[in-house]
Write a protein that binds this ligand. Structure first.
Ligand code: SAH
Length: 208
């Protein structure tokens, strides 16, 4: 049953404009139901965000696919994710990149997602419990950075983490809305392009 729904979801994503076949196959391979609380599991392959506890959500599959596509990841890349949440976005990235470093500020979510990464044997993920706004200084530089909680702007601290020609994808809060922005570091500056309107939980300072 899940398989039929999964195939339908992949087709729907393709129709919505996701063209990168590697991204689509990562969504086909990673079992989204594993990242969702039991009482919502029958909706795992609906194209919707779902609650994961602690007031947080697992993103809608379309948004995960779109942000992953915009990140232009390849298997040489070292990626930083700020906001592990359920771990689903990170698991998708683990199929496409060399190594993912992911940070979560809610201890319970950090612990739950780490267990799932172990169960699925996603050995190229390194996760930590901290305020992601501090970055991951020991691992600088990164080829790619993804934010999965909405933020006002890219801080100079996070800017210092990205390589020249590197890409940052982030939901940015703008005029009471949120929009996905893709930044590229060029000549020590960030140039940017705007994409879809989205609805993410906010990026919050400190840990919990
Ligand atoms: N990528 C996730 C999306 C989860 S929602 C998924 O696929 O499920 C965003 C997550 O970002 C939440 O778990 C929230 O606790 C976390 N978050 C918010 N602000 C943060 C911060 N400053 N540092 C680390 N994590 C943060």
């Amino acid at each position: 049953m899940l398989d039929v729904r999964k195939i339908r979801l992949i087709l729907e994503l393709r129709e919505s404009g996701i063209v990168n076949s590697e991204v689509l196959s990562a969504l086909e391979i990673i079992p989204r139901e594993k990242f969702i609380p039991e009482n919502y599991r029958n909706q795992a392959y609906e194209n919707i965000a779902l609650p994961i506890g602690d007031g947080q959500t697992i993103s809608q599959p379309y948004v995960v696919a779109k942000m992953t596509e915009l990140l232009e990841v390849n298997n040489n890349h070292k990626v930083l994710e700020i906001g592990t949440g359920s771990g689903y976005q990170c698991a998708i990235l683990s199929k496409l990149a060399r190594r993912i470093y992911t940070i979560e500020r809610i201890k319970n979510l950090h612990e739950k997602s780490s267990k799932i990464f172990d169960e699925l044997q996603l050995t190229n993920i390194v996760s930590k419990y901290e305020d992601g706004n501090n970055g991951w200084v020991e691992q600088i530089p990164f080829d790619r950075i993804i934010f999965t909680a909405a933020t006002e702007s890219i801080s100079s601290r996070i800017f210092s983490h990205i390589k020249e020609d590197g890409i940052i994808v982030c939901p940015i809060i703008k005029d009471n809305k949120q929009v996905i922005i893709k930044y590229k570091r060029k000549n020590n500056k960030l140039i940017f392009e705007e994409f879809d309107d989205v609805l993410f939980v906010p990026n919050i300072k400190g840990t919990n």
